[in-house]
Design a protein. Structure first.
Length: 141
């Protein structure tokens, strides 16, 4: 198991919680009542996505510590899907974004693809070395 993946998972969990908190503080502080009502759909979508990411990251941390390949694969597929959907969502809203935010979106997408490659290579290595635990391997019936 790569220690970098474990470190990334904990850092990702921390940053996601901070980003979720920051999203609400910024929305409430910078908006009046009329603007806040128009921001509800965006806030709901963003919060839902971040809560899902928090749950999946916790699952990934458990999978890394227990070496459950099935859960690691689930997170891998989630990460790829989440990255593509996030990039498409960001590109759709590009008219409201600045050039700096565009750079950050593409940089984040690149890091997420790199993470997906690391997860995949870690799964392949664990399967090859035989250090795999499957969640369905229980006592024989």
């Amino acid at each position: 198991m790569r220690k970098g993946l474990v470190a990334f998972a904990y850092i990702n969990l921390t940053l996601t919680v901070v980003a979720t908190t920051s999203l609400y503080i910024t929305a409430v502080r910078n908006a009046n009542v009329k603007e806040l009502n128009s921001e509800y759909p965006r806030l709901i979508i963003a919060t839902t996505a971040q809560v899902i990411e928090i749950c999946m990251t916790i699952m990934f941390i458990v999978a890394l510590h227990k070496k459950y390949v099935i859960l690691m694969r689930v997170f891998l597929y989630f990460e790829i899907t989440y990255s593509v959907v996030g990039l498409v969502y960001s590109l759709v809203c590009i008219s409201e974004e600045s050039a700096n935010e565009l750079f950050l979106m593409l940089f984040e997408f690149t890091l997420q693809i790199y993470l997906a490659i690391l997860i995949y290579s870690s799964i392949v290595k664990m399967e090859r070395d035989g250090t795999v635990k499957y969640t369905r391997d229980r006592d024989p019936v």
